[in-house]
Design a protein around this ligand. Structure first.
Ligand code: HAM
Length: 417
């Protein structure tokens, strides 16, 4: 037998309603915030992610699904949604559309990571991106959209952590301070940190190795190096969040795993789903569009991992809506009554009633057993008498009550009960 590739998952018919519930909530939030859907390709030119996500990130150095296509181009399955959205924005001249441009996506992403609970090689993100505004209101709005989304799902068990990692100018000074601090410790730190020391010392703060974490704990904090503009921006974002009643904690160690971030960064974290506790992450990326050859267009966004949301809801007992069941099952006894059942079932379907009947030439007993397994709310059995009289017994399965209903009135009966 050929198995599913490692780090990927099937969504079975018995669980897809959970995904639909989450996706519907995402679309509803997007609608409330006046955000339109975008769809970009699953694969892009590799160069987009090298330049966009950043050459010192784990995502680019270790995790990309990159291959050469038959035309000799280097292609990569998208590891995240922001770079593709930014490419779309530039390529379609959307800087000339009314700004800000607010977009959302629900899409698969691919990262070659070591699979564990909440960490897959194919996963799905609901993401929002807002292009064209540097106003702190946009930061607060995007964070509020993420928080509203989690609330809509019934998730209470997350903590919002925010930070500002400054702009190019304050970052330069901070990088110098980080280098001065880390230099004497380099011998004790891992090879990756040593590499990052030259290329992007901010990334060292993200190292998960215990020996590096100990040293990093006392490193200078970016918040002490923000320039007046970035400081004012961050203060304003916090004031706006306070005004919206969004609770948060400032965590100066959040730097995020992708290189494009500037100023505000944030994560919604849970302790109920194991080591991979970040269900949603995002931030401002004011330099990405110009880095990719577009104009000077500031932007901000976030993405939430759908697999982690399902896991969090399951682990913390957040209820999903009931799994869908057919409204009615209509069984037939012999050839003639089966034909009638078949036509009634399909007639009800065209009127928007979820109905089911026999497709397996089963006995009535087996049909009723199947109807029970499906959880049909009402069951009807049609035989010779019903065919003759044109009337049938509609049995309500929850209490066993039976109502005598003419065939022509089944729709009205089901609609009103
Ligand atoms: P990210 O933090 O890399 O950010 O990913 C966002 C979310 O995707 C994570 O919080 C997590 O829920 C989910 N996720 C990431 N990797 C995996 C994985 N291997 N398995 C399962 N879930 C995963 C971004 O991707 C940015 N593009 C977010 C953003 C949008 N920033 C600005 N705009």
């Amino acid at each position: 037998m050929i198995n599913i590739p490692k780090g990927t998952k099937d969504v079975l018919p018995s669980e897809s309603y959970k995904w639909q519930f989450i996706e519907n909530a995402a679309r509803e939030v997007a609608k409330d915030f006046n955000i339109r859907e975008i769809r970009t390709p699953v694969f892009e030119h590799t160069e987009l992610f090298l330049r966009g996500v950043g050459e010192t990130t784990d995502v680019v150095t270790k995790e990309m699904y990159t291959f050469e296509d038959k035309g000799g181009r280097s292609i990569t399955l998208k590891p995240e949604g922001t770079a593709g959205a930014a490419r779309m924005f530039i390529e379609n001249g959307l800087a000339n559309a009314p700004l800000p441009l607010k977009a959302y996506y629900i899409a698969p992403c691919y990262r070659y990571e070591r699979p564990q609970a909440g960490r897959l090689r194919e996963f799905h993100q609901f993401g929002i991106e807002v292009f064209g505004t540097s106003a702190p209101e946009a930061d607060a709005e995007v964070i509020f959209a993420a928080s509203s989304f989690l609330k809509k799902l019934g998730i209470r068990d997350t903590r919002l952590e925010i930070n500002s990692i400054g702009c190019k100018s304050c970052r330069a000074e901070y990088n110098r301070a980080l280098k001065d601090y880390f230099r004497p410790h380099l011998g004790e730190m891992c090879a990756t940190c040593n590499e990052r020391f030259d290329k992007n010392p901010l990334r060292m703060i993200d190292c998960k190795e215990e020996r590096c974490k100990k040293i990093t704990a006392n490193a200078p904090k970016i918040l002490d190096y923000l320039c007046p503009d970035c400081r004012a921006h961050f203060e304003r974002v916090k004031t706006l969040l306070d005004g919206l009643g969004v609770e948060y904690a400032v965590n100066p160690d959040i730097v995020r795993g992708l290189d494009y971030y500037t100023r505000t960064v944030f994560e919604f974290v849970s302790t109920s789903i194991g080591a991979q506790g970040t269900v949603c992450g995002g931030g401002r990326y004011d330099g990405l569009i110009s880095e990719l050859g577009g104009g000077n267009v500031p932007a901000i966004g976030f993405a939430a991992g759908l697999e982690r949301l399902v896991l969090l809801m399951e682990n913390t007992g957040v209820p999903f809506p009931e799994a869908p069941v057919p409204e009615v099952y209509i069984a037939g006894m012999d050839d003639a009554s089966r034909a009638k059942a078949f036509s009634l079932v399909n007639g009800l379907r065209t009127q928007g009633i979820s109905a089911e009947g026999d497709l397996m030439a089963r006995s009535v007993k087996a049909q009723l057993k199947y109807a029970d397994k499906l959880g049909a709310k009402y069951v009807v059995v049609i035989g010779g008498t019903e065919l003759e009289t044109g009337v049938c017994n509609v049995k309500k399965m929850s209490d066993g009550s039976v109502t005598c209903v003419p065939f022509a009135d089944i729709y009205a009966f089901l609609k009103n009960n």
